[in-house]
Structures are given as structure tokens and as C-alpha cells.
Design a protein around this ligand. Structure first.
Ligand code: FMN
Length: 154
């Protein structure tokens, strides 16, 4: 099973979580970690599962993830299994927005199917750090995803 973990990150927090999630998943699958700027369309096409992490900026996803989705929405995403997470401030979603929600909607519009609801992990300030306990929560999220996916696909 090939899992492609894609992230954008301005201050490093989302990248840190993407790395952690990739490390957890690498115990039971082939995992490649790529920033949204460097990921190749062939890698997207080859993936059994896409995991996308994006910082919430201006209530929305980042220009980097937006560009990635635009580039792939008419080719590699149809029929693809996907899971998404964001980082954002710890407040009501209607106040903060959620990059994961927008990314999920865009993926579904492109024909991908989400294997889990969009997830958010919280930062304590604009540049981070992650709130206490968020790294562990991300590890557990990755474990649950993996269990679900490996259970289905072997
Ligand atoms: C230009 C800008 C706009 C932001 N807008 C929001 C926002 O609307 N809602 C929110 O919860 N966080 C917002 N943030 C905080 C980011 O979510 C935070 O910087 C991010 O989670 C950190 O992840 P990173 O280290 O991977 O960049 C904003 C940050 C920047 C730099």
C-alpha cells in the first residue's frame, strides 16, 4: 500500500505533524512525504491513499494547496481515497475557518472519497507552537487511519 503524505507549512507546525503522521504510517505501508510544491502528479496517481495537511490561513486553505488541487483535480484525484487535516487556532470553527474542510470539499468535488472526517490540530499562536497534546493526537489519528485502511486493503 502506497500512502502519499502532502503538506504545506509556513512556520513548520503542519510539516512537523505531516512527518509524524508519515512515520506512524511507514510502519505498515510505503510512505512518501512531499510538500505541495514538490509533489508530482505521477505520485498522486500512484497513491492508494492521500493524506493532505494544510495550515488554515484567512479562514481557508493556502495558495500552495490550492495550486496543488487545481493541478490535479481533473486527472489524479478521481476515485482516490483521501484524509485531510489542518492546523488552526483553537476556537469555534465558524470563527477560525478550517483549511481541512475546504480541502475536503474540493477533493470530493474532484471525485476523491474521504476515509475520515476532516481533522484539525491546534496551534497556540500565529507561528505555533502546537498546543500540548496535539502531536500525540496526530499520532493517534494516523494510527486509526492506518488501521482502517490496512484493514480494508491489506
Ligand atoms: C496570513 C495568515 C493568516 C491566518 N489566518 C488564520 C485563520 O483565518 N484562522 C486560523 O485559525 N488561523 C489562521 N492563521 C494561523 C495559522 O493557522 C497558523 O499560522 C498555522 O496553523 C501554522 O502552521 P504552519 O506552521 O504549518 O504554517 C493564519 C496565519 C497566517 C500566517
Amino acid at each position: 500500500m502506497f500512502i502519499l503524505v502532502i503538506y504545506d507549512s509556513q512556520f513548520g507546525n503542519t510539516m512537523r505533524l505531516a512527518r509524524l503522521i508519515g512515520e506512524v504510517m511507514a510502519k505498515r505501508a510505503d510512505v512518501t512525504l512531499r510538500s505541495c510544491a514538490e509533489v508530482k502528479s505521477e505520485e498522486v496517481k500512484a497513491a492508494d491513499l492521500l493524506v493532505i495537511g494544510c495550515p488554515t490561513q484567512r479562514h481557508d486553505l493556502t495558495p500552495g494547496v490550492d495550486a496543488f488541487l487545481e493541478l490535479n483535480e481533473y486527472s489524479g484525484l478521481a476515485g482516490k481515497a483521501a484524509a485531510v487535516f489542518d492546523t488552526r487556532f483553537h476556537s469555534f470553527r465558524w470563527l477560525t475557518g478550517s483549511a481541512a474542510r475546504t480541502t475536503a470539499r474540493r477533493l470530493e468535488k474532484a471525485g476523491a472519497h474521504l476515509v475520515a472526517p476532516p481533522e484539525s490540530f491546534f496551534v497556540a499562536g500565529m507561528q505555533g507552537p502546537l498546543e500540548e497534546g496535539e502531536a500525540i493526537r496526530a499520532v493517534n489519528w494516523a494510527r486509526a487511519l492506518l488501521q482502517h485502511e490496512v484493514g480494508i486493503r491489506g
